[in-house]
Design a protein around this ligand. Structure first.
Ligand code: GLN
Length: 554
């Protein structure tokens, strides 16, 4: 019978509930248990695919083609395992299923209600994930914060699960904040007290409290939280700021979270076997150099829009002993002031990530061109791959009006065009080319050297692709297309062998990068950036890296 850990957030959003959840799961995994994670999101979207990444953060794509909440990426990176789309349950999916059942007549004669019909559907889905993952433990993180109206049916379902599964099979972890407001430095417990009261009002008493804090909780702070929340003192766990999120499992371990967790879930006396996780974590504290990357895009307002890209860069950097500093550059800036593209010269590498639509696209085309002319290492991802092709076709092959039909439907040189199967697609939800596809790599290419393999599997999220009518023209001018999928029909990678590192992929390599095994495209890119930095003898730089965890983010 699977055991459940329910993680519910309190006080405010942005506390790093996802990282806390993933870290708890990781610790249990390191004790030899089979652990899976699921996220419930109380919004009405069926999946995250239709949400703006500036508001909601990155859309994480699973191998089976799910467009999911970015926390699934955190789980995959920590657990180092692929999760399926069913591990992200939304209100939209739940209501859709209940309403479809109602229309089919499954509830004939009855009044369909939140309790029990919606809550039953939630419980069925959670149990289904536990069953399908075949694990010993399923950790379920609830999106949002206790007190949110839309989260109520989920919390009610979890309350019922405690009753039905029993206390030895369920644990409630409440993640809160212990802020320090005055110069005296006292850690405030009132927000945690109120948050627990709110939880209790709906019938949930937490078993453990994990409090986010700048510095570890003082013994008296723990005592106070314990007294006012009826949570045992040893179950009040500090979760202080750390340099790199991958250190959090270690912190929670030192705080002694494993013992009460295993005791409450009757999992026996379990020992954590760190394996190569420690080494991986140490790499983040032993970074000696800094490499600077310009990320040119549209969704620059919220770093979470490209969270997997940031992590993939950090994984590759740590492997080489370097911190990767990412500066977000607004592509539109270059359109307004073309000379400003020269700012890219001061970077060690330039990355154009995935994107959609016209706004900022010319700036990205200019970026791809500038990196090519000035031999700056370039990594293009999805839209960044497409814009590199448009730029090459325009500025090297002389097709002045070359474009993607996403940006100009009437272009006379559609070097990027709609995927054939997309021609009749009208629905926007879950209709792109999504998820993992096998890719064949051409022999004798940079791609082949990077991946060291003839086939790889990578994840996708796009509607447009390279139009192969232009293949020989571009090849004649020096581009090498180094990867294909769907028996050669889809072009997946390009490179320019005459340059130090000019590489782009139609797929999103960041989704499969893990701290212990950085993704090869990112590794190659970061290595090339380090080489450029060394050759230029740039002064050593210090400063925050993308994995330096800001207080509010963890
Ligand atoms: N907009 C492009 C397409 O749909 C690229 C998508 C992306 O970058 N994820 O093909």
């Amino acid at each position: 019978m699977p055991k459940y850990i329910f993680v519910i957030g309190g006080v405010m959003s942005g506390l790093g509930k996802g990282v806390t959840s993933a870290s708890i799961a990781k610790l249990l995994q390191l004790t030899g248990l089979k652990v899976a994670c699921a996220k419930v999101d109380p919004y009405l979207n069926v999946d995250a695919g239709t949400m703006n990444p500036i508001i909601h953060g990155e859309v994480f794509v699973t191998d089976d083609g799910g467009e999911t909440d970015m926390d699934l990426g955190t789980y995959e990176r920590f657990l180092e395992e692929n999760l399926s789309r069913s591990h992200n349950i939304t209100t939209g999916q739940v209501y859709k299923a209940v309403i479809e059942s109602e229309r089919r007549g499954d509830y004939l004669g009855r009044c369909v209600q939140i309790i029990p019909h919606v809550t039953d559907e939630i419980k069925n889905r959670i149990r289904g994930v536990a069953r399908d993952s075949g694990g010993d433990v399923l950790l379920v993180e609830v999106g949002g914060t206790v007190g949110d109206i839309e989260g109520l049916p989920f919390l009610e379902a979890l309350r019922q699960m405690r009753l039905e599964e029993g206390a030895s099979n369920t644990v409630f972890v409440h993640v809160t904040l212990a802020p320090v407001l005055d110069s005296v430095g006292e850690q405030k417990t009132k927000p945690t007290q109120h948050s627990v009261q709110e939880l209790r009002r709906i019938g949930i008493q937490p078993d453990l409290i994990v409090a986010r804090c700048e510095k570890p909780l003082a013994p008296e702070t723990k005592e106070k939280i314990s007294l006012f929340t009826s949570v045992e003192n040893r179950c009040v766990i500090s979760n202080p700021d750390v340099e790199a999120i991958y250190q959090v499992p270690q912190i929670l371990f030192e705080e002694g979270i494993v013992e009460p967790l295993c005791e409450k879930l009757q999992l026996g006396n379990r020992k954590v076997n760190w394996g190569n996780w420690r080494e991986t974590t140490d790499a983040y504290t032993n970074r000696t150099g800094v490499v600077k990357i310009a990320m040119v895009g549209k969704y620059v307002a919220l770093p979470d829009s490209y969270v997997s890209v940031n992590h993939a860069l950090a994984h590759a950097g740590a492997k080489n002993g370097f911190k990767v500093e990412v500066d977000w550059v607004d592509a539109e800036r270059f359109e307004k002031k073309p000379d400003s593209v020269n700012i890219l010269d001061s970077y060690d590498g330039v990355l154009v990530p995935g994107g959609f639509g016209n706004r900022g696209s010319l700036g990205k085309i200019m970026t791809a061109n500038h990196a090519r002319i000035n031999k700056i290492p370039y990594l293009g991802i999805c839209f960044g791959f497409q814009m590199a092709i448009v730029s090459f076709a325009r500025y090297v092959c002389g097709l002045k009006d070359a474009n993607s039909t996403e940006l100009d439907e009437r272009t006379s040189n559609p070097v990027i065009d709609l995927l054939p199967e997309q021609k009749n697609v009208t629905d926007k939800g879950a209709s792109m080319r999504l998820g993992g596809h096998d890719i064949a790599i051409v022999e004798g290419t940079l791609a082949r050297r990077l991946y060291g393999s003839a086939t790889i599997r990578e994840r996708h999220r796009h509607r447009y692709e390279f139009n192969q009518d232009y293949r020989s023209l571009l090849e004649q001018h020096g581009i090498v297309f180094s990867g294909y999928s769907d028996s050669g029909r889809r072009t997946e990678m390009l490179e320019i062998p005459s340059l130090p590192f000019y590489f782009a992929t139609q797929f999103h390599p960041e989704y499969v990068s893990r701290p212990t095994s950085p993704e090869p495209a990112y590794l190659g890119f970061v290595r090339a950036a380090i080489e450029r930095r060394m050759s230029k003898n740039f002064p050593p730089d210090t400063g925050s890296s993308t994995l330096t965890v800001p207080r509010s983010k963890l």
